[in-house]
Structures are given as C-alpha cells and as structure tokens.
Design a protein around this ligand. Structure first.
Ligand SMILES: [Ca+2]
Length: 275
C-alpha cells in the first residue's frame, strides 16, 4: 500500500513536470500562441463564452474566431490546449499534440465537437490574429536585451507574453533589470512580470514583479528560464528592459542535468519572495 502511494506520488510528479495548470499544458511559450492562433477564456473562468461572446472577444482584440484549418496549422507546430473553444462558423473543438488519458481521449489532432446547433452553449474561444499583440520570443544567444512590447512606449492592455531563454548546456542565465515600470498594486494582481527558473510557467517560480522599483538581478540554476508578462484590461505603464548574459559554470564530472534540479542557492528573491 505504501509502495502504491509512493508510486502514485511519482506519477503525480511526472504529470506536474509536464506542466498542466487548469487543464492547459504549459510546457512551452509556443503553446499559448502559435501561427496567429491563441486560446481565450472568459475572465470569469473556463467555459463561460457563448458563440456571440467568443466572437466578440476575438474581434475586440482585432482578430476573429480561428477556422478549423487555422487551429490545425497551429496544432502542427505545437499548440496544445486541453479546453474546448468556439471556432469560426460555430464549430467547437481543441488542439491536442500529446496524447493523454485525461484530455483528448488518447488521440492527437483537433478534437472536434462539430458545428453546434445551440450557439448559447458556453465554451472558450480560439482566436486568430496574425497581426495581434504578438510578444515574447525564444532566445538562445549568449546575451540579449529584450523589452516589453512597444517599448519605449507604454505597453498595451491585455497582453500575455512569454520569453523563453535557453542557453548552452552548463551555462546559467544572469538577468539584469535595466528599466522597470509596471502598473503597481499591492499584490501585483493587475499587471505583472513573473520569472520562472525552468522551461515552463509551472515549475521554478522565482517571483512576481510590478511597480517601478528595479528588481534585483536573478541567476538561473540551469540553462533555461521563462518570463511571463501579463497586463489586464486597464492602466498601462512604461514597461521594462531586461538584459541577460550567460555565465559559464565550471563543469564537474557527472554533474547535474540541464534543467532546474540544482537547488536554489543563487536565487535572489522577487518582490514577494520565493514561493
Ligand atoms: Ca494594467
């Protein structure tokens, strides 16, 4: 029995490592937005949008509901979301890249609920907007300066950006904040920058930052880092510039992995500390 519990715990850890949060797989920035397609749920939660509302959500952001073909094109480059959403012409479905028992009935592809007769059903939305507020990126250079979208102008409302930094095996990432100004509130609930010492936005949470105080430098424990910037529907601010440089770590025989398992000794805590 104890062995079984232990085994279950291992399986749970494995599932967590894949980065499921609220039914969405967060193991890469590409998964939030690919080929102009992105997933939206209502601010009040999952499966709250009628067809008309889903359409309005996408159009408000300058796009429209994605077609089945657009969703499939995004899926082919890694867009995986475990939540059914409206598509164009009243169709409902969701894109599955990695087969799993808990989502997509063990299949990959678009899980297609077909064209719905009842447009008052409530689902999420899949929007398409190739010219949308695309932001974020993947950096593999040994150093780089990246900026909030539109910088030096203020960032816009309703942004979600992911920056993923991946440097060479054995190197670490040293983040330095050059400029920082994000809408301030007491718990950074409105707009914020989150930093993760890992490849996803589930593991290795370092801190959540807002306000105009320059955060301290942060050094990764491994060779990957993820930054997530989110702005809500009102009040913007100046934005930020962040530089990273790589640090060579002397290699030891049999030393570690290129992930995040080397402990947290080098963390400088964020505004709200390490959680
Ligand atoms: Ca805001």
């Amino acid at each position: 029995m104890i062995a079984l519990i232990f085994f279950s715990a291992l399986l749970w850890d494995e599932a967590q490592a894949w980065g499921f949060k609220d039914g969405v797989l967060h193991n890469s920035i590409w998964l939030e937005r690919a080929a102009g397609v992105y997933h939206r749920e209502s601010r009040s939660g999952k499966y709250q949008l009628t067809y008309a509302e889903a359409k309005a959500v996408c159009e408000y952001e300058g796009g429209h509901l994605a077609t089945y073909q657009q969703l499939e094109a995004a899926r082919k480059i890694g867009f995986h979301v475990c939540a059914a959403g409206w598509m164009a012409k009243g169709r409902v479905g969701y894109p599955i890249v990695k087969a799993g028992a808990n989502c997509g009935f063990g299949r990959t592809g678009i899980v297609d609920y077909g064209i719905r007769l009842n447009r008052s059903e409530r689902w999420d939305a899949y929007c398409y907007n190739p010219n949308g507020k695309e932001c974020g990126g993947v950096f593999t250079d040994s150093k780089h300066v990246f900026k909030s979208p539109g910088y030096p102008n203020e960032y816009e409302n309703d942004q979600i950006c992911y920056w993923h930094i991946r440097v060479k095996y054995g190197q670490r990432i040293h983040l330095q904040f050059l400029e920082f100004d994000v809408e301030d509130d007491t718990a950074c609930m409105a707009d914020y920058l989150e930093i993760y010492d890992s490849y996803d936005d589930i593991n290795g949470f370092v801190g959540r930052f807002c306000g105009d105080e320059l955060p301290d430098d942060i050094i990764s424990t491994g060779n990957v880092m993820t930054l997530k910037f989110l702005s809500d529907a009102s009040v913007t601010a100046g934005g930020f510039q962040i530089r990273y440089v790589t640090i060579d770590v002397p290699s030891k025989a049999g030393d570690g992995k290129n992930t995040t398992s080397q402990g947290k000794a080098n963390f400088l805590s964020g505004k709200f500390g390490i959680m």
